[in-house]
Ligand binder design. Structure first.
Ligand SMILES: *Cc1c(COP(=O)(O)O)cnc(C)c1O
Length: 423
């Protein structure tokens, strides 16, 4: 049996319909370098999704490879439960300084970073004597991960609808589709919802500036600022999920900087290790941390932790990533990406969305069963790029370090894929 036949026998792929998977032309990726993935046939493809939004600095980055190899010669894993290690200490310091927050709690994925923030915010309010604050406000079309808590604050019906009986109910705030559009109406509705439910809320949770999984829905920094101010005026914490937007994606280290906001909780993952290893962080304030202190038998401890929390290999590669990111952000080819996407010419293209190195080519709404976005994304492979669709949006999120030439090739491949499917 070849690789794919063996795959079809035992693997179960995430967010993938097996009926389609087993029929389509699939690639087996064997190697990578910079912005390129190479399959077992030796064919090269631009990594147009940065391996699902996390390969910030490209593949096989020499400094990241070296950091990982160096740590392997010391220790691969040691627990954070009752022990500590230099990598976690260094990384916590660096992340606190970058975010202007005080405390760093490590976990393994974006979902757990959000899950941790939700539980911390809830428990902090409970232990601060605000027992009535048991609920969360979240944006329409939000995506915060796939664990049950993060799904509860998520708002994408296609992904989340079936789990409704398992979930806690969030106060759902309308979200703008485009920056500057409809924002006043969304804020008006948010004001009314906060007036009604504000006293029951422990936190607002939001993806700042770009709602990635919703298909790159964007709002302005002013909208975000107003929303956060509203939450705080009603005594709720602000949780910002920068799992997608963090680490330079939107043009600044964190998107919330563009709105001048320091949240009470900041959730980080994807780009944190440059796409090398699973590591996530939930950062918060000293004031929140203080709500968890006391004698053991006051039972104020945060009883939560994952086996691989703060893994030393992951911390080592994250530290190297933080060393490299400022240079990459200074030279971000954001204008080149925006222009290249805008140059895609096809009557089926409804609009192009881009902020920093987050982009999407949105096709005119199509019959879902036609699977046009999916087919166009697959067809782009025949033109030398790997991209993915979210419904009718083809997402373009390459490594931050992609070159101008490569951006041009990526845009032509997306255009070629659309042309192949839509004529
Ligand atoms: C990807 C993503 C998550 C979930 O991260 P995982 O590592 O896949 O669990 C959460 N929030 C946002 C905004 C994301 O883009």
């Amino acid at each position: 049996m070849n690789w794919l036949e063996r795959d079809y026998k035992h693997l179960w792929h995430p967010f993938t319909q097996a009926d389609e998977w087993e029929r389509q032309d699939n690639l087996v990726i064997e190697r990578a370098e910079g912005s390129w993935l190479v399959d077992t046939e030796g064919r090269r493809y631009l990594d147009g999704t940065a391996s699902l939004w996390c390969s910030a600095l490209g593949h096989r980055h020499p400094a990241l490879d070296a950091a990982l190899r160096g740590q392997l010669d010391r220790v691969a894993h040691s627990t954070m439960l009752g022990l500590t290690h230099p990598g976690a200490i260094d990384l916590a310091e660096r992340l606190c300084a970058l975010s202007r927050l005080d405390r760093c709690f490590f976990s393994d994925s974006g979902s757990t970073a959000v899950e941790v923030a939700l539980k911390m915010a809830f428990q902090a309010k409970q232990q601060a004597g605000e027992a009535a604050r048991t609920r969360f406000a979240a944006l329409a079309e939000a995506y915060h991960g796939d664990t049950v808590g993060s799904v509860s604050v998520g708002g994408i019906d296609l992904f989340h609808g079936i789990y409704k009986p398992l979930l806690f109910e969030a106060v759902r705030l309308p979200s703008p589709e485009r920056a500057g559009e409809n924002e006043a109406a969304c804020l008006g509705a948010a004001r009314r919802l906060f007036a009604e439910h504000g006293h029951t809320l422990c936190a607002l949770v939001a993806e700042p500036l770009v709602q990635g999984a919703a298909g790159m829905r964007m709002h302005s920094p002013a909208f975000l600022r107003e929303l956060c101010a509203l939450a705080r005026a009603h005594g709720a914490y602000v949780i910002l999920d920068e799992v997608a937007t963090g680490f330079g994606r939107t043009g600044t280290m964190f998107a919330c900087e563009q709105a001048g906001i320091v949240p009470d909780f900041l959730c980080l993952a994807k780009g944190l290790t440059g796409g090398y290893l699973p590591l996530a962080a939930t950062l918060t304030t000293e004031a929140v941390y203080q709500h968890f202190r006391g004698p053991y038998t006051a039972y104020r401890t945060f009883f939560h932790g994952h086996t691989y929390t703060g893994n030393p290999l992951a911390c080592a590669v994250a530290l190297a990533t933080l060393d490299e990111l400022p240079g990459a952000i200074r030279q971000l080819p954001a204008a080149a990406l925006r222009e290249a996407l805008a140059s895609i010419r096809h009557p089926a293209v409804q609009e192009v969305r881009a902020l920093g190195m987050m982009g999407a080519v949105v096709l005119r709404p199509q019959e879902p069963s036609a699977r046009v976005g999916h087919r166009a994304a697959l067809a782009a492979r025949r033109h030398g790029a790997i991209v993915r669709n979210l419904g009718d949006a083809i997402v373009v999120m390459p490594p931050l370090t992609i070159s101008g030439d490569e951006i041009g090739q990526l845009a032509r491949a997306v255009e070629g894929g659309i042309g192949e499917v839509l004529g």
